[in-house]
Design a protein around this ligand. Sequence first.
Ligand code: NAD
Ligand code: TYD
Length: 339
Amino acid sequence: MKLARKKIYLITGGAGFIGSNFVHYLYEKEENIEVRVLDKLTYAANLRNLKEFESRRGFEFIRGDICDAKVVKKAMAGAQVVVNFAAETAVDRSIDDPQSFLKTDIFGVYVLLNEARKNKNLKKFIQISTDEVYGQILKGSFMETSPLNPRNPYSASKLGGDRLAYSFFATYRLPVTITRASNNYGPWAYLEKVIPLFITNLIDGRKIPVYGEGKQIRDWLYVKDHCTAIYLLTCKGADGEVYNIGGGQECTNIALARQIIKLMGKTQRDIEFVQDRPGHDFRYSLDCSKLKKLGWEPQYNLAKGLQETVEWYGANENWWRPVKQKMDQKYLTGYWGRK
Ligand code: NAD
Ligand code: TYD
């Protein structure tokens, strides 16, 4: 009897926030798989997110840069599914210093796509893009066909990767599917992202920095809901297509701050209004009917997701404490050198 060959997944950026959640989800869904994580281990990565898989057969961690064709070629060998999470991801950092964003989020995607073209086993290449490539929307919601108007170096670089991935479908018929998700939150997020920053600052008795008047709106997606959508698209996503993934939980930043404060038994005095982000996108909002037609629905509303997230950071201080200790003061206080 011939044994079925194990499906091989290459997960780039799998030591970061969403990538590591996705590796956990993959192992919940499938047993007979090989998972290779390729990650450069930037400041945002944390190998502890993957600790339980270290000694698992079929799991391999490769430290390397997606811009390095040699490393990528090796990691890509025989992979059927590639999911590219690897990116520089922080908008505020991209405003301070855009260069690394252009390199990883555009050139790195090119190197991955180019090696993927040579991989005869490839069935699906998922490029994880972002809703930020649309720019801001004051009324209504973005469709996958809406105009693309990124307004900061992060989102402009992500758009480069997004369209390069599409070009490899249109030109070479590479089986590419592109996802554009809204803001994620949940376990293992690096502490510069607003929700873990606020929660851990409040645990430490620090103030939470709200930019401007806090009127900007984000659509919050619990990371597990994001993972279910990506997994579905590895099986059912059409080649050459883009899918929006949104939580359908729009909230102003000040309302978000107040919800977290209430959950944690803190007071309004714990909020500090700080200088606004330059070019701050006012609102993101996604129409996700295309993805919902494939059978996806988010399972978390913001109240449930925030409750779990607050509990997770409360119970996992040993995970985030060393990260926070290494963080620069300017990230914790919302200073960003802008005052
Ligand atoms: P993250 O910053 O937590 O993780 C990124 C990971 O990529 C890190 O482990 C880092 O070491 C790795 N990496 C960076 N540059 C690399 C390189 N050159 N080579 C190899 N690895 C590299 O980011 P995240 O929040 O998990 O985001 C993952 C993906 O999802 C990104 O592509 C991001 O643009 C996209 N996205 C994120 C959100 C969100 O709210 N966090 C929303 C929509 C889309
Ligand atoms: P962030 O988590 O940086 O994600 P993004 O910029 O990709 O949306 O920020 C989410 C929102 O929270 C954004 O409108 C900026 C705001 N924000 C604050 O008000 N204070 C903060 O300290 C941070 C990091 C963000």
